[in-house]
Design a protein around this ligand. Structure first.
Ligand code: SF4
Length: 154
């Protein structure tokens, strides 16, 4: 997928919330790399023209952090720094219908179980041979293990 201008596409994945979200981001990261795409995680540089925010929808503070992060990238899109902005994760899963009305600048919203649709939107194939594979974003001496779906926090 080429976005406007002659920029080479690079995807930055931004992860909020708990270790389950981090695992989901690592799976997305792996699939995108497996498709030969340029992808970073939590890049602090403004060097990615496509951003995927993996949100948390737990308590109010976490929701607020997710909304503020989305708004920061909405501003980046308005400023022409970002071409495409996608939101996934728990907040998007729960409030997608309301949020897409409130924030039309976001190009698409995804639920927590919509990895294939997210990949398709990013022009990537869902690679079955990579199921169970993860490129880790944590330091080399530890990794999270996801043992269930859904939020454990009441
Ligand atoms: S809503 Fe729950 S499962 Fe989702 S990121 Fe937040 S704490 Fe994790």
């Amino acid at each position: 997928m080429k976005t406007k201008g002659l920029r080479t596409n690079k995807i930055n994945i931004v992860t909020l919330g708990c270790s389950k979200n981090l695992v989901d981001s690592e799976v997305l990261f792996t699939q995108l790399r497996g498709n030969g795409m340029a992808v970073t995680h939590e890049s602090k540089k403004d060097d990615a023209n496509i951003v995927v925010i993996n949100t948390c929808g737990f308590i109010d503070n976490a929701k607020e952090e997710s909304i503020n992060t989305i708004l920061r990238y909405v501003d980046a899109k308005d400023a022409g720094i970002v071409d495409k902005l996608y939101v996934t994760g728990c907040l998007s899963h729960r409030y997608k219908d309301e949020l897409e009305v409130e924030m039309p600048t976001v190009d698409a919203w995804f639920g927590t179980n919509e990895l294939p649709r997210l990949l398709k939107t990013l022009r990537a194939d869902y690679k079955h041979e990579l199921v169970g594979e993860r490129l880790l974003t944590t330091p080399a001496h530890y990794a999270y293990l996801k043992i269930s779906e859904g939020c454990d926090r009441p």
